[in-house]
Design a binder for this molecule. Structure first.
Ligand code: PNW
Length: 487
């Protein structure tokens, strides 16, 4: 007899759930108390780069409103809050011989203290894309591995020292894929490099994304070593890297090439960073396709990078259909996806999920469970924190505020994705320990400016930055109450 058996779903009783943000997207205070510019401050000034011509100059003004933000977190019942540190607030010029800005340090120390006083566990990201502009001007930023690694190591040490035992969960880098590909190949993100072979610090610009990725991996590993050697015993925290990655389904489920391409897509997006971190080497599919454009690890580097995660930080939003492109174009130097097309519809015209305000984001909750399992299988069941998950809503920004606050689409997204995650834990035996929804509030959505809203809180930018919790903000606790303590 065939019958439908509902999957078991549950999460551990000490599960940490809450919300995430990033410095440049919410803080504002661009020149406050000695902050130096980052590559995003510069990038936003280039006409045409940001959809609405805006910038993070003011954003949600969180630099001056942390008390309000913490109150908001408390209202939702959140147990954790992920924020990032603006490197150029702490060291305005960024470098290891440049002056440290005490006011910048004080801001983050107080933020951590206030969160702890409110009973909220801080998750701190050291780098969420806002590289000090000076380091880009000085030596090309990520493109100069040795300089970048030394400066990031110094910055990390300064922050570890200052925040100390207040922080038990550190994230080195957020989504290096985006810094590498969107920043150094597509040009949609700062510093806006595109594949123009004639104008590159490294000669051939089609090498840039892989060099950027390599530098970030080495910088991550150095920061982890510093934390483990100098701070872990004293402060008792853990440290890892956060990687983005979507689930993949074959365009034609009966075509083996499409099925193979699905795994290859994940390797090019995620394993690019995760394989070095867990295995000390790049995925074979990347080595094969990219050839000498992919940097190689020295034995020493490989040793350093291997094992450099105490946990896996997972950012996840959506899924796509994948169609193998045919072997003829394998050598395309600008192909960063692994020789495939990334599609919203399968061979039969089925859509992977409904449209949102973000061109790349189509919700498909079953893919979340599958990807958690896929990663758990590949990397030996690591401890996972979901460090971002969320959605925008098509046309949300054009609605009157009352309607924006009734964000049922987002609520349903969270309900289905969190259920899928709870199934990955209870049914598939994956070790997910925390979940931070993106985002605590509407904010500066990078190249999309303020037109795209990801917040569970509406921010009224025109009227004193007032915050209004949406329905999804207040329902999150109910969703987690259903699952927490059930495994
Ligand atoms: C993440 N894409 O970025 C970031 O970590 C957040 O800062 C951001 O606000 C959030 O997702 C929502 O976009 C991504 O184009 C941005 O595929 C763009 C893409 C993926 C991730």
């Amino acid at each position: 007899m065939v019958r439908d058996v509902a999957a078991k779903a549950g999460l551990p009783s000490d599960f940490l759930w809450g919300f995430a943000t990033a410095a440049y997207q919410i803080e504002g205070g661009a020149t406050a108390d000695g902050r130096g510019p980052s590559i995003w401050d510069t990038f936003c000034k280039i006409p045409g780069k940001i959809a609405d011509g805006s910038s993070g100059d003011v954003a949600c003004d969180s630099y001056h409103r942390t008390a309000q933000d913490i109150e908001l977190l408390q209202k939702t019942g959140a147990k954790a809050y992920r924020f990032s540190i603006s490197w150029s607030r702490v060291i305005p010029k960024g470098g290891r011989n440049d002056p440290i800005n005490q006011a910048g340090i004080d801001f983050y120390v107080k933020l951590a203290d206030d969160l702890l006083a409110a009973g909220i566990t801080p998750f701190v990201t050291l780098f969420h894309w806002d590289l000090p502009d000076e380091l880009y001007k000085r030596y090309g930023g990520f493109l100069n591995k040795d300089e970048f690694v030394a400066d990031f190591a110094h910055y990390s040490r300064v922050v570890f020292e200052a925040l100390g035992s207040r922080v038990k969960h550190w994230i080195t880098f957020n989504e290096p894929f985006c810094s590498a590909i969107l920043g150094h190949s597509i040009g949609a993100f700062a510093p806006g490099h595109t594949s123009d072979r004639t104008k590159s610090a490294v000669g051939d610009s089609s090498r840039e994304p892989w060099i950027v990725g390599h530098s970030i991996l080495i910088a991550h590993a150095h920061a982890v070593k510093i934390y483990r050697d100098e701070f872990k015993a004293r402060d008792g925290g853990e440290i890892g890297i956060t990687l983005n990655g979507d689930w993949t389904e074959p365009w034609d489920p009966n075509d083996e090439q499409d099925r193979i391409a699905c795994d290859r897509k994940i390797e090019f997006a995620i394993c690019w960073f995760a394989d070095p971190v867990y295995f000390g080497r790049y995925p074979e599919s990347m080595v094969k396709q990219l050839g000498e454009r992919l940097p190689t690890f020295t034995a020493e580097e490989s040793e350093l990078v291997k094992g450099s995660n105490d946990f896996y930080g997972m950012n996840h939003y959506c899924a796509n259909y994948i169609r193998h492109r045919g072997d003829a174009v394998v050598a395309d130097p600008d192909d960063f996806s692994g020789n495939m097309d990334i599609l919203f519809e399968d061979k039969f015209g089925n859509s992977i999920g409904p449209e949102t305000q973000s061109f790349w984001l189509r919700p498909h909750a079953p893919g979340f469970r599958k990807l958690i399992k896929w990663l758990s299988d590949r990397y030996g069941r690591p401890k996972i924190y979901v460090t971002e998950n969320g959605t925008s809503i098509k046309g949300e920004n054009d609605l009157p505020m009352e309607e924006i606050l009734e964000d049922d689409f987002r609520l349903e997204y969270f309900r289905s994705y969190i259920t899928a995650m709870a199934e990955a834990v209870a049914e598939d035996g994956c070790d997910v320990r925390g979940y931070m929804a993106w985002s605590l509030m509407d904010n500066f959505e990078w190249a999309e400016g303020y037109e795209t809203r990801f917040g569970v809180t509406y921010v009224d930018y025109e009227n004193g930055q007032k915050r209004y919790p949406k329905k999804s903000a207040m329902e999150m606790k109910n969703i987690f109450d259903q699952f927490v303590g059930k495994v």
